[in-house]
Design a protein around this ligand. Structure first.
Ligand code: GLU
Length: 485
């Protein structure tokens, strides 16, 4: 095998489990996944957990769960760097034996004192020729003083880093633990990675990785003798920014994929929206099935300008996805919100048949699954939860008592079906000098507790005469005697 074209692509998503799963990481995972699916390649999950102090097992669990939720299950892995220290030790031995590393015992204070007036930041090479023993300090790579290290990036073209601008960077801590850059490169070699697709924040450390790669390969380090380690291609993906063009930050912006899930975004919408953060369909289409995304996605078409993470647009897209669902899909997606412990009604009062009946009406009216219970709770609670503002508006209207009285009288007598309820309400509204909409408002608040919700007459038909009359009487009771006319 001689070049990329002949190798089946192998890509990895390599998060460090140091916090909630960030939407930017999800976008990176998705681009890796799309690329693998579109090229017949392999999508690998690698947990970069060498930094024991900052890593927690639960973050790893969260990453695995989020990938599963987004239906981007890895073909291989998760591999854990914490389980691969022997391999890193072999790489360190190889580099040390080749003489490309040197030990350094400079403290930060000493370095600062020496370099405070230097025009070039970073390490000054003080220990380069001191020939300290391997155990006497951290190990740094001897970076050539001349030449240029060029990253050939599918998204950004050629990015050249003059070697003088790259310090002799630390590869191994004084404790013997490898640094990120080493573990990352060793793994990419061992795992036969062909394309490194990751966030742009890692571009500045890429030349260091390339230098290490060259040195490692020169020492003969590789997965095994028959497989030559080939340098992967790189694609650094644009940053995600908020509406003020600031980099999305954990503190300022809602960035955790988990929180979107909890708010009732559906995975299809999330994945579709993430796909558009740095890439667009050649025909400019936005709502795309997975197959369409896989077919059309090209790394070459990824944009390098920062991508605006627009929560309003994501929300809009979520509504579109909800409306496009079949009733069964919608009921399944709503399940966590309409079951214990989240549902606001006692489980025994829930009636799935009734929910299915109003399901399509609810689907049309919500953008987040979180909103579902509030749309239907009046059907399953003994008494509707009265929204304070809705009640205040209705109570302030002097026609309300008369409308409720008329409704009570009419509904007691009429046939109990949607069309009749509609006609009867129109008539009683007209007698009160009100168009149907305004006549409906007090009745709706009395029966459902809110001014907005699924269509009133269908809901009343479902609730039954007795419940509707009780609720109208209760609301009427709260208003006091009729206004004198
Ligand atoms: N572990 C690195 C991070 O989470 C990513 C490394 C990579 O993709 O090469 O920032």
């Amino acid at each position: 095998m001689s070049d990329f074209e002949e190798r089946r692509p192998r890509v990895r998503f390599a998060p460090s489990p140091t916090g909630y799963f960030h939407v930017g990481s999800a976008r990176t995972a998705l681009y890796n996944w799309l690329f693998a699916r579109g090229t017949g390649g392999t999508f690998i999950l690698r947990i970069e957990d060498t930094d024991i102090e900052r890593n927690r097992e639960e973050w790893t669990t969260g990453i695995v769960a989020a990938l599963e939720w987004l239906d981007m299950v890895p073909d291989e892995g998760p591999y854990h760097q914490s389980e691969r220290s022997e391999r890193y030790a072999e790489a360190i031995d190889a580099l040390w034996d080749a003489g490309v590393l040197y030990a350094c015992d400079c403290t930060r204070g000493e370095l600062e004192a020496r370099t405070k007036d230097d025009p070039t930041p970073g390490y000054d090479g003080f220990c380069r020729e001191r020939e300290l023993g391997r155990a006497e300090g951290a190990l740094r790579l001897r970076v050539p003083d001349e030449g240029t290290t060029t990253v050939t990036d599918i998204v950004r073209g050629e990015v050249a880093f003059p070697n003088v601008s790259i310090e002799d960077f630390v590869v191994v801590k004084s404790t013997g633990a490898p640094l990120f850059v080493l573990a990352n490169i060793v793994d990419d070699i061992d795992m036969g990675i062909t394309h490194v697709i990751r966030g742009e924040d890692l571009l500045p450390s890429t030349p260091k990785g390339l230098l290490l790669w060259d040195e490692l390969v020169r020492t003969g380090f590789g997965p095994d003798d028959s497989r030559v380690a080939l340098m992967p291609a790189f694609a650094h993906l644009p940053m995600l920014v908020n509406e003020r063009r600031q980099k999305l930050s954990k503190r300022r912006d809602p960035v955790a994929v988990e929180s979107y899930r909890e708010e009732g975004y559906v995975p299809g919408a999330m994945r579709n929206y993430l796909a558009l953060l740095g890439w667009s369909h050649p025909e400019g289409r936005e709502i795309l099935s997975v197959e369409e995304m896989v077919d059309a996605f090209r790394l070459e078409a990824v944009n390098h300008a920062p991508a605006f993470f627009d929560v309003d647009k994501l929300r809009w897209m979520n509504g579109e996805y909800l409306r496009a669902m079949t009733l069964d899909e919608f009921v399944t997606a709503s399940r966590p919100w309409i079951s214990a412990p989240h549902a606001p009604w006692p489980a025994e009062r829930f009636d799935e048949g009734v929910f299915r009946h109003v399901g399509p009406l609810v689907q049309d009216r919500v953008t987040l699954l979180r909103e579902v219970p509030g749309m239907v709770d009046f059907l399953f609670l003994e008494e509707p939860e009265v929204d304070v503002q809705s009640w205040a508006a209705v109570a302030a209207d002097e026609a309300t008592p008369a409308i409720l009285d008329a409704a009570f009288a009419a509904y007691r007598e009429c046939a109990w079906e949607e069309g009749v309820l509609h006609a009867v309400t129109r008539e009683l509204g007209e007698s009160a000098g009100r168009k149907l909409n305004r006549a409906q408002a007090p009745i709706r608040v009395a029966v459902t507790g809110r001014r907005v919700g699924p269509p009133l007459f269908e809901s009343m038909a479902l609730l039954g005469r007795e419940v509707v009359l009780e609720r109208i009487a209760a609301a009427r009771g709260r208003l006091g005697p009729p206004h004198a006319s």
